[in-house]
Design a protein around this ligand. Structure first.
Ligand SMILES: Nc1nc2c(c(=O)[nH]1)N[C@H]1C(S)=C(S)[C@@H](COP(=O)(O)OP(=O)(O)OC[C@H]3O[C@@H](n4cnc5c(N)ncnc54)[C@H](O)[C@@H]3O)O[C@H]1N2
Ligand code: MOO
Length: 423
């Protein structure tokens, strides 16, 4: 089949091939239309909740804090007792964990942060704002009414929404749930994602002459794991139509999303599209006006979305963040993060061939007077290498019709998070 356009004879592929290139915005829309939020839920302990997506909103059963308490180390007092006086006897100490007690008339109680406010007290004076003489306290300036008191219910009321449905659980959510006495959370089942690399040249180590190491599968599996998927690494498919069809056929309906890399372009060994059709799947769209990532393909197989990313590793990285990551988020019930929506400015000159929107690694060099990030372009636009990405703070995108960028021109970018990625 070398030299032929694979997929000839497959109706859905011919249909897709006749289409002009999709804009990347249209392609994102199509990618998202291939998936529906998973409607199976499970309840997990807080220790396992990080990165999962809440299946229902979580409501506070109780007000927080649940009792009036001191925000500072100092002295609890009744402001009326200070009328005409600057010294109060100290009737004792109340610490965090003590049971609530009464404030004796005309006296102060030494109090520590988090301790229950004594009944009758209406302010706490910080220890720095008074002189602690042991059995009495000298207060130069009376505190304001309510000073340094955390009132019951001031953080949240009973019935308040703590976490909306569709939230990806982060450490601060876990802290809030724990503070509210919750030990479990109901989350959407993890999306099951199958990952294949393709290519006779692709190897998992010990490369023969002409072979290369598989960069795509390890990278995709890591991205998917980071985004909460149940990852099924299904290895490397040879450039063989029958084997590719058989691999698709063996998937059954066990997956929500199938990701492949390579073999989606025009070459005689690009079997993914035809094999998908032969295995009973269909192609919804193919080829996007995007660099890197032009031959990306969107399809369905047995109810699973199939996203065929190109083989070039940079195209895989971009394609994950633009298409597969948002698909995964939608499956999980979370709002997909749209790719590169943050405004920024270029610090470089760039003459380019218009026609495809282009994504490239950038380094943040400074912020301009208006607070916008100013970005430096890294790399040479080569989609076979990931090295510039490892030196980048994010990915930027220019529109398909852009022929020239000059310092100060507006563009949009997708900053990486603290882990060096953009999920
Ligand atoms: N006649 C045309 N040729 C090509 C076009 C085109 O429009 N017309 N598009 C080019 C573009 S753009 C891309 S991107 C590539 C994508 O092609 P495929 O998706 O079919 O990918 P392959 O040919 O299988 O591989 C491309 C490249 O990437 C290397 N590769 C593949 N898998 C891996 C892996 N797992 N780890 C690391 N590197 C991998 C592979 O060896 C190739 O060098 O098509 C252009 N051609
Ligand atoms: O999409 Mo390709 O990665 O432009 O080389």
């Amino acid at each position: 089949m070398d030299g032929s356009i694979v997929g000839a004879g497959c109706d859905c592929d011919q249909l897709a091939a006749r289409q002009s290139l999709l804009s990347h915005g249209e392609a994102v829309q199509i990618a998202l239309e291939q998936v529906r939020p998973i409607s199976e839920f499970e309840t997990v302990g807080l220790a396992a909740a990080q990165g999962r997506v809440t299946a229902q909103r979580i409501i506070a059963a109780n007000a927080m804090p649940s009792f009036d308490n001191s925000a500072m180390d100092g002295f609890a007092l009744r402001l009326g007792d200070l009328a005409g006086r600057c010294c109060l006897p100290v009737a004792g100490t109340v610490a965090a964990g003590d049971a609530p007690r009464d404030l004796p008339p005309g006296a102060a109680l030494r109090i520590y942060t988090g301790a229950p406010l004594p009944r009758g007290a209406d302010a706490v004076v910080m220890v720095e704002a008074c002189v602690d003489k042991g059995h009495k306290v000298h207060i130069e300036t009376p505190p304001a009414p309510g000073a340094n008191i955390r009132h019951a219910g001031s953080d949240q009321g009973a019935g308040q929404v703590l976490i909306p449905e569709g939230t990806r659980v982060a450490p601060h959510h876990i802290g809030l749930l724990a503070a509210n006495g919750l030990t479990q959370v109901t989350v959407t089942r993890r999306p099951r994602v199958a990952v294949f690399s393709t290519g006779d040249e692709v190897s998992d180590g010990s490369c023969a002459p002409g072979q290369i190491n598989d960069a795509n599968r390890p990278m995709l599996c890591a991205l998917l794991a980071q985004d909460g998927a149940e990852v099924h690494d299904l290895g490397i498919l040879p450039d063989d139509a029958t084997a590719t069809e058989a691999a698709f056929g063996a998937l059954g309906n066990a997956y929500d999303l199938i990701l492949t890399t390579g073999a989606v372009s025009m070459g005689g060994k690009d079997h993914v599209r035809a094999a998908l059709c032969a295995a009973g799947g269909r192609i919804e769209a193919w080829r996007v006006a995007l660099k890197p990532g032009k031959p990306v393909m969107f399809g369905m197989l047995n109810g699973a979305a199939v996203t065929g990313l190109p083989g070039n590793p940079m195209a895989v990285h971009v394609g994950y963040h633009m298409f597969a990551g948002p698909q995964l988020a939608r499956l999980s019930g979370a709002a997909p993060r749209r790719f590169a929506e943050v405004p920024a400015r270029a610090d470089f000159d760039w003459q380019r061939k218009p026609g495809r929107a282009e994504v490239f690694p950038v380094r943040l060099v400074f912020h301009d007077a208006g607070g916008l990030p100013v970005l430096r372009r890294l790399g040479q636009g080569v989609s076979a290498t990931l090295l510039p990405l490892t030196q980048a703070d994010g990915l930027a995108i220019v529109a398909a019709d852009c022929a020239k960028l000059a310092p100060g021109d507006l563009l949009h970018w997708h900053p990486f998070n603290a882990c060096g990625d953009c999920a």
